[in-house]
Design a protein around this ligand. Structure first.
Ligand SMILES: *[C@@H]1O[C@H](CO)[C@@H](O)[C@H](O)[C@H]1NC(C)=O
Length: 148
């Protein structure tokens, strides 16, 4: 089971190459996972007067300045990261689009980040094989079967 994140990483690395735009990304999580956190992009500083909202599938989830999320299933960390609770991560195959929008007081966009969250089937204990080709190169092969 400890090897599971390695598989997700390989899958994510493979699909990331085909996604559009620098601020749009795919994220893969096993259905049944614990709470996950949607962090802000690195280097984004949100100042006190900035406007910040989180949406899921286009529906407002949180507006900065509010103590609690509009959709009370969610919570927001002090650094404005959105916490998606386990209860929202149950359905295998579900795809949700999470959007973060930050604007300054002039209404100028600071960042719009779209994260497409895919809930995957939990894999059985995967097999990881490592073949060392020479002292600098190795081939990692991760194999897993899925629950039916
Ligand atoms: C978000 O939209 C997708 C695509 O329409 C849908 O499959 C999914 O169930 C929606 N998520 C929620 C939480 O409604």
């Amino acid at each position: 089971m400890e090897l599971f994140p390695v598989c997700l990483f390989l899958l994510a690395a493979f699909t990331a190459a085909s996604s559009a735009g620098p601020q749009e990304s795919n994220r893969y999580v096993a259905a049944g996972s614990k709470t996950i956190t949607m962090e802000l992009p690195a280097g984004i500083l949100v100042s006190k007067p900035d406007k910040l909202i989180w949406k899921r599938n286009g529906s407002l989830v949180y507006i900065k300045g509010n103590k609690n999320a509009i959709n009370n299933k969610f919570t927001v960390s002090p650094n404005w990261a959105l916490n998606v609770p386990a209860a929202e991560l149950q359905v295998v195959g579900q795809v949700d689009v999470y959007t973060l929008e930050v604007h300054d007081t002039q209404g100028k966009e600071k960042v719009t980040m779209k994260t497409i969250l895919h809930l995957l089937e939990k894999v059985r204990t995967p097999t990881l094989t490592i073949n060392c080709m020479d002292k600098d190169n190795a081939v990692f092969t991760c194999f897993a079967t899925f629950h039916r």
